[in-house]
Design a protein around this ligand. Structure first.
Ligand code: NDP
Length: 446
């Protein structure tokens, strides 16, 4: 019965949103995992919880006009998908990238609902952004865009309503411009964005949180299998916020990070990537990753980012973007003796790649569980802002580690409870779903 219910709902979504491939992909994975939950809890089907959870509560779409440095007036599309507020205010990042569309933001918002529930903090799920790409734009252009974006968005956000943060293309610089404009428009300092700078309400530990959290999760998972980061070769895709701090923590835990990428290509450094040099290139100078190989003699640069998964390693951490690791990449990793794939990005592995990785007995953690550290520390930033307090880095980092280990255990134990031992995809989806579904049930039809 429950499978029939889920199949019917999925077909309806396919008919309604045939062009939203990423959204349908994310929904299909969750529906697949939660079938046994619905068998056990017929009340969720009766209240049509799944039909409701798959639809965003609200989507806001707006025009973002701004002027470039040559005096041309440009127009982008802005979005905020307020997906689910059953357990707290909408919470989730803003993505600025040319390929942003409703399908991508709905997939991210949907994932965010379950991820936020896993952190055990009171946060609902949302996501937003624009098809504007800050890459190659001057600081003034980025500021003009961010101010115009906020001129519309400010009407829909607030500390108890919706609290956006960063994502691809939205880092500290963009959050600063967005928050400055929010304050100017509302006349309020209320912490309505997270990922803020340390001088104006940001939390120590937020910048590295997603990458560090990914490694804390992986460390707990590896330990359960008698393994560790010690002396492992690690390949990490991307060289943005998540990738850089995953690399930093992996090296701190005794691993050697030997390859990283950006959307142009990848570098291989068998000596272990020097994170200090990489940070200067990517964070300070905003240059391309090929520069690393120009500066470090032991490194080589390969044009085109796709080949990175052919570099032999024991641990792989996709930290760039969705669907970046497909079946042939998984085959290459497995063929080269890889032992675990831990997702830092959202939905970086295709369903075919995940099936193969799991079937081959590798450790595998889905992003919605292993990359929850960023939003968890954002939740801690909200708490600090509400209390007008600043916690030390050590305190935030300790809390982050505790949350990530708990998420790992919750996914592991829930999987076992539902007869899917070792399947963290099922465990994370079910654990996140149970919390949101119960809250929705108790709140009635709304
Ligand atoms: P950044 O913008 O800081 O970095 C993204 C990195 O990925 C860049 O190095 C970028 O290269 C690279 N990249 C983007 N698209 C591709 C592509 N098609 N192929 C190869 N590389 C690509 O973003 P984040 O590090 O913040 O986000 C990375 C992922 O992690 C996303 O999936 C995001 O949703 C997820 N995430 C982020 C969180 C956070 O706290 N920031 C929290 C949880 C998840 P280039 O410089 O060429 O653009």
């Amino acid at each position: 019965m429950s499978s029939q219910y889920l199949n019917g709902l999925y077909r309806e979504l396919e008919d309604r949103y045939p062009e939203q491939k990423e959204y349908l992909q994310a929904v299909a994975e969750v529906f697949h995992s939660i079938a046994p939950v619905l068998e056990k809890h017929p009340e969720y089907e009766k209240a049509n919880i799944v039909g409701r959870i798959a639809e965003p509560e609200r989507i806001i779409i707006f025009r973002v006009p701004w002027m470039d440095d040559d005096g041309n007036v440009r127009v982008n599309r802005g979005y905020r998908v307020q997906f689910n507020s059953a357990i707290g205010p909408y919470k989730g990042g803003l993505r600025f990238r040319d390929n942003v569309n409703l399908s991508v933001l709905k997939f991210l918002g949907f994932e965010q609902v379950f991820k936020n529930a896993l952190t055990s903090l009171p946060m609902g799920g949302g996501k937003g952004g624009s098809d504007f790409d800050p890459k190659g734009k001057s600081d003034r252009e980025v500021m003009a865009f961010c101010q115009s974006f906020m001129n519309e968005l400010y009407k829909y956000i607030g500390p108890n309503e919706d609290v956006p943060a960063g994502d691809i293309g939205v880092g500290k610089r963009e959050i600063g411009y967005l928050y400055g404009q929010y304050k100017r428009l509302t006349g309020e300092w209320n912490g309505s964005l997270t990922g803020k700078g340390l001088t104006y309400g940001g939390s120590l530990g937020r910048t590295p949180a997603t990458g560090y959290g990914l490694c804390y999760f992986a460390e707990a998972y590896l330990k359960d299998h008698g393994e560790s980061f010690e002396n492992k070769r690690v390949v990490i895709s991307g060289s943005g916020n998540v990738a850089i701090y995953a690399a930093e923590k992996a090296e701190e835990l005794g691993a050697k990070v030997i390859a990283m990428s950006d959307s142009d290509g990848y570098i291989v450094d068998p000596e272990g990537i020097d994170i200090g040099i990489l940070k200067t290139i990517k964070e300070e100078k905003r240059e391309r990753i090929r520069r690393y190989a120009e500066q470090v003699p032991s490194a080589e640069y390969h044009e085109g980012c796709e080949g990175i998964w052919t570099v032999p390693c024991e641990l792989a951490m996709p930290c760039a973007t969705q669907n970046e690791l497909d079946r042939k990449d998984a085959e290459a990793l497995i063929g080269n003796g890889c032992r675990g794939v831990f997702e830092g990005a959202n939905m970086p592995c295709t369903p075919e790649a995940i099936a193969l990785i799991q079937k081959s007995g590798l450790l595998y953690s889905p992003g919605k569980a292993s990359n929850a550290g960023g939003v968890a520390v954002s939740g801690l930033e909200m708490t600090q802002n509400a209390q007008h307090l600043n916690w030390t880095f050590e305190e935030v980092d300790r809390k982050l580690k505790e949350i990530m280990v708990n998420i790992y255990r919750s996914a592991r134990d829930t999987a076992a409870e539902y007869g899917k031992e070792g399947d963290l995809v099922a465990g994370a989806n079910i654990a996140g779903f149970l919390k949101v579904a119960q809250a929705m049930l108790e709140q009635g039809v709304c």
